[in-house]
Design a protein around this ligand. Structure first.
Ligand code: BDR
Ligand code: CA
Length: 314
């Protein structure tokens, strides 16, 4: 049974991802770590704690992570996608946690959980990669306790924040570049190219809202994200990017992957934060091959998009 740590910036789709991890019997959720991203750190931490309280999982510890990227200040949050508080203005409908906030920082929490684990742990970074980069820099020997990273991030064809860059990589390109370079840690990258194909529509959200209180809350959180993405996509649909990564972490092999060397554009030009993936087939990487190690890039759900949507309704 995979044991997971979710590193997150809730965020509407992060809320779906956390709820999914709590609902899936295949998963042991060891901890959640918060990072700046969609909204500032104080809000992502509050949202993570309140979500776990709402889901009846206050036993899951929350670590407080980075408030800023490693090198360059964050340019803007994603209020336009996730609303004024990261949950379409509805964070206050979630209960206050009963337990007092633990003030353990994210890196310490991840390190303690990894050290204590009998089996290697899957980390699921679904926000900027700052916390994970700091963990790997501060505790390199713990790399061997990580089974793999299942990262939601990047776009091969295009970005969603700039033409080149997807939000999580764009928010801290230097952190993403460092994490992707750590040879000892296997990586599965879940890019926009896949998550934008796994959208759900209004009818799906209505069915979710009618499924019970948790479904109703998640559907309510989706209001601003749906408005943003239905315009971005030009159709009735909203992606729940981060839940796709959690689903793969919970059910390894759910997504079909292809191995390719990747790196992140850390320049200050228009490509900043973009994912550069060598999609040329192995053995045909002529010219100037990259010296980057290959990571597994998720290309499509092994059993099709509809099966994945069903799983996300769990
Ligand atoms: C990613 O960016 C965030 O806005 C979402 O929560 C997701 O992790 C998608 O680009
Ligand atoms: Ca996220």
């Amino acid at each position: 049974m995979p044991s997971l740590i979710i590193d997150t910036d809730p965020g509407v789709d992060d809320a779906f991802a956390i709820a999914l991890a709590c609902a899936m019997p295949e998963v042991t959720l060891l901890g959640v770590t918060a990072v700046f991203g969609n909204v500032p750190l104080a809000m992502t931490t509050r949202n993570a704690r309140r979500l776990l309280a709402f889901l009846g999982r206050e036993d899951v510890p929350v670590g407080i992570g980075a408030a800023h990227p490693l090198v360059h200040p964050q340019v803007h949050e994603a209020y336009d996608v996730h609303g004024s508080d990261g949950l379409s203005g509805r964070a206050d409908t979630l209960p206050e946690p009963r337990a007092r906030a633990s003030d353990v920082d994210a890196v310490t929490l991840m390190a303690r959980l990894l050290e204590a684990a009998d089996e290697p742990v899957t980390i699921v970074p679904i926000g900027p990669l700052t916390n994970v980069a700091l963990l790997l820099a501060a505790h390199p020997r713990l790399a061997e306790k990580i089974d793999r990273l299942v990262i939601m991030g990047g776009g091969l064809a295009h970005g969603n924040t700039t033409p080149a860059a997807e939000f999580n990589l764009w928010s801290d390109p230097e952190a993403a570049q460092r994490v992707l370079a750590v040879e000892q840690v296997p990586v599965t990258l879940v890019p926009l190219d896949l998550t934008l194909r796994c959208t759900v529509d209004k009818a799906w959200l209505t069915a979710l809202a009618e499924s019970g209180p948790i479904g109703a809350a998640l559907a309510g959180f989706s209001a601003d994200t749906y408005a943003y993405y239905s315009e971005f996509l030009g159709r009735d649909g909203v992606p729940i990017h981060d839940a796709v990564a959690v689903a793969e972490a919970a059910v390894p092999g759910l997504l079909r992957t292809a191995a390719m060397p990747v790196e992140v554009d850390c320049s200050y030009g228009p490509g900043r934060g973009g994912l550069i993936a060598d999609q040329r087939p192995e053995g045909r990487r002529r010219g100037q091959p990259t010296d980057r190690r290959p990571v597994e890039v998720a290309m499509e759900p092994t059993d099709g998009v509809d099966k994945l949507r069903e799983l996300l309704l769990t």
